[in-house]
Design a protein around this ligand. Sequence first.
Ligand SMILES: *Cc1c(COP(=O)(O)O)cnc(C)c1O
Length: 428
Amino acid sequence: MNTEANQDWVARSLAAVWHPCTQMKHHERMPLVPIARGKGAWLFDPAGNRYLDAISSWWVNLFGHANADINQALKDQLDTLEHAMLAGCTHAPAVELAERLSALTQRTLGHAFFASDGASAVEIALKMSFHFWRNHGRTEKREFVCLANSYHGETIGALGVTDVAIFKDAYDPLIRHAHVVASPASVGEDEALAAMRTLFEQRAAQLSAVIVEPLVQCAAGMAMYDASYLTRLRALCDEFDIHLIADEIAVGCGRTGTFFACEQAGIWPDFLCLSKGISGGYLPLSIVLTRDAIYQAFYDDDFTRGFLHSHSYTGNPLACRAALATLDLFERDNVLAENRRKSALLREAFAWAKNLRQRGTIFAFDVDTQDPTFSRRFFANALKRELLMRPIGKTVYLMPPYTLSDDELVLLAQRTRDTLDATLAETA
Ligand SMILES: *Cc1c(COP(=O)(O)O)cnc(C)c1O
């Protein structure tokens, strides 16, 4: 691992690159992995060492690195149109992607608004919800609701509906706080819904929208709950005239077993946020899908009743083309059915893990440790065993690319076990 080639990149990176979600001083002892190339589920460093990308490079990669089909689609697009603005202009990749996503919602969410990252998609949904009510003369509906331990991104607006102290506390004075209501993943479905109803009864006139991560609160440590919560929350939102925002940035695109996690609840939200996997893990892209009734509230001769939000790279053709190639793979390879088979194999291979929980291709278990350095030490020990894994606190999880082979899946399970044993032995 510590060849000269690697050390050079690491030293230059630590001098010039401020890495995300990192206490940089920890890199005095924690390894930084230089990545030279990728192929399938594997990443390679300049010295030729390989690492199985068991967490899909922060949950974005669906069909492996350097995927031949997505690469070809991007090369074709690159020679046709790399970018054009989406205000006043349009292009085939954005139109086709909006149409296909609409079709995947049976045309319920028939209007697509494009952005570049997940946090922006969340902010767009919040702004649209508020602006919808404003256009209807209900300016007092300006408060939002999120669940305990929710994560919806880290811009200042998105932090307002995020409830993860470590990302939020330092910026507390800057944040406009949402109401935080108990999560079904912690207190159970009935209690969580009762708490939501209590809040709705008190403040429905001021509430614009509720935002949730359907089925799995990923950043909270893969906290899982049942689809029936979403079905009942949808009914509650309808009863009190409050929007429902489904943040499917992590759980969408087949992660939980259906293309959209909401499908398992038999519901559609008023706004659905997509990002991460939608471009196959290739390019920054996010999309907010919404209903015609929302869209119509903005449709007017008056400019200011329109939704005047924009980002420079809105609807970037390359990113949209990568997304179209990703959707092609879902259709061509019968991905959701094949994922069910692989998930069953993974469950078997991880039979040793105590209290393993699973939704689709997300697997997690909590390790019985109080050591605050557990996650970092596990990461380092995993690298020695050719695995790229970053536990969230004491939660070890997998979110592998869908293209993992049966052999890779067995290797992943064995080496995760070895890594865990080695990490726990260090403190014993
Ligand atoms: C990652 C994530 C976001 C934020 O997306 P970024 O592209 O990192 O801004 C928002 N919500 C959920 C559920 C996420 O997992």
